[in-house]
Design a protein around this ligand. Structure first.
Ligand code: C5P
Length: 307
């Protein structure tokens, strides 16, 4: 009997998400600065008679258990590449908010890929794994790699970034998710309606902020707070106006800065330290402007085999 393989993979926050033009393939060019944070999903791979997905955790009822699940698609992609059957049970212990803008589905895909590679002894190289990750979704390569990285292209072309310390964060989890394609569509619509004389297809190439990269490199939280930006935030707020109250609550409670995480609706708050983060989380929980608030820090490691 082969022993189960357990892999955990982190959530992310985009400390900069600069969105460029809509490409002919339906994606947007990005300058996407990812930071992995210490909220994790855990995927356990066990031999089975066929591909089976199970999920546990507070949001488990929102996790699809069929082949639309990114973890299932990761197992199928690896099996296809090596010409073997994807006979595996993948159990997802879900702690990252579902459809929350924190790459929970991408974390599950990266974790499942690494778990199946280990369970089946396929011995795929890092480059092959990253290649499969990029096929599965724009954020999946980062979930494998973790730490901090600049994502170009649609977010899948990664350059690792140096970080000079630990950043303390609070995440306000909303009731219900937001659809990533819907948020990108709303971003295009708002830009086209804003009358700046451009259409989404001919925006300049998005660039990373030198100030932001320097703040990450030196571990300077106040400087990072001043440089955080998310081009999807107006779109997320347009689709979910109540998020403005959540952002304001965290800022008034002492956060250095607040922004929507990725395509939302999770809101991210950067704090000066662990105690400040705790105070921000308590204020958010008491305010009723979110379902729950989670305190964590980053950078966190990418997908890791635990045993
Ligand atoms: O790559 P992923 O499956 O995560 O993308 C989900 C959707 O988000 C895409 O179908 C697209 O609508 C949108 N997206 C985008 N530009 C990106 C990444 C995602 O428009 N760079």
């Amino acid at each position: 009997m082969t022993a189960p393989v357990v892999v955990r993979a982190p959530a992310k926050v985009n400390v900069q998400l600069a969105v460029g033009g809509l490409r002919p393939d339906g994606f947007h060019d990005l300058a996407n600065v990812f930071l992995a944070v210490g909220l994790y999903d855990e995927v356990t791979a066990t031999p089975a008679d066929r591909l089976r997905i199970t999920a546990a955790g507070p949001d488990a009822d929102q996790v699809p258990l069929d082949e639309s699940n990114l973890a299932a698609r990761a197992a199928l992609a690896l099996a296809r590449r090596y010409g073997i059957p994807a006979d595996v049970r993948l159990h997802i212990a879900k702690d990252i908010p579902v459809a929350g803008g924190m790459a929970g589905g991408s974390a599950d895909a990266a974790a499942a890929l690494l778990a199946c590679d280990t369970l089946w002894g396929t011995g795929a190289s890092r480059a092959e794994l990253l290649d499969i990750c990029a096929e599965l979704g724009s954020d999946v390569p980062f979930s494998l790699v973790g730490g901090a990285a600049l994502g170009r292209g649609r977010g899948e072309l990664l350059e690792p970034l140096e970080t000079g310390g630990t950043f303390h964060w609070v995440f306000a989890v909303a009731d219900g998710g937001l659809s990533t394609p819907a948020v990108y569509r709303e971003c295009d619509r708002l830009r086209e309606d804003s009358g700046h004389g451009y259409t989404a297809a001919d925006l300049p190439d998005p660039q990373p902020s030198p100030r932001l990269l320097e703040a990450l490199r030196t571990g300077d939280a106040p400087a990072l707070a001043g440089a955080l930006s998310n081009d999807l935030q107006p779109a997320a707020l347009s689709l979910r106006p109540a998020l403005a109250d959540t952002l304001r609550t965290g800022t008034e409670a002492g956060a250095l800065a607040a922004l929507v995480s990725g395509s939302g609706p999770t809101c991210a708050f950067l704090a000066e330290g662990a105690n400040a983060a705790k105070a921000v989380a308590e204020a958010l929980m008491a305010s009723g402007t979110c379902r729950t608030a989670r305190v964590t820090s980053g950078p966190a490691p990418g997908a890791t085999v635990l045993g």
